[in-house]
Design a protein around this ligand. Structure first.
Ligand code: ZN
Ligand code: ZN
Length: 139
């Protein structure tokens, strides 16, 4: 069996592993893209919304998830170590989201930070564009 890092992190923070927390974590673990809070709530219909939002706040505080903001809407997905480090490019017309893993980007960000005499510990990079399907649709 895989080591239960989810349970480990909760325990390290003196937070108990409840059915609700486990259900929400599992929902995030099976998602293939960042989700809106409302979408996460839909995936765990037995849990009331207030508990879903409280749990998401807790996960964020514990560093289990990362939140990206598109427009004014926050989207949540699992953070490292549950998901490999990556970025996204989103289509501004249809909302399609593609994950980006790019070593060159990571290296450049480190170099830029170094040039300002910083050691990079965290960064947020989100790209927006128009996908191929949408470009075909308008031409
Ligand atoms: Zn599109
Ligand atoms: Zn990165």
């Amino acid at each position: 069996m895989k080591p239960d890092r989810f349970a480990d992190i909760l325990k390290q923070n003196d937070v108990s592993v409840t059915t609700v927390r486990r259900a929400i974590f599992d929902a995030l673990a099976t998602a293939d893209k960042p989700l809106k809070n409302g979408e996460i709530a839909t995936l765990v219909p037995t849990v009331d919304r207030a508990s879903v939002y409280r749990t998401l706040e807790l996960f964020d505080r514990l560093g289990l998830t990362t939140t990206i903001v598109r427009g004014w809407t926050p989207f949540t997905e699992l953070a490292e170590p549950f998901k490999a480090h990556h970025h996204h490019i989103a289509c501004e017309r249809c909302g399609t989201v593609v994950e980006i893993e790019n070593d060159t980007l990571e290296d450049v960000l480190g170099l830029i930070a170094g040039r300002h005499d910083f050691e990079l510990t965290k960064h947020v990079v989100e790209l927006t564009g128009v996908c191929k399907n949408c470009r075909v649709a308008i031409s």
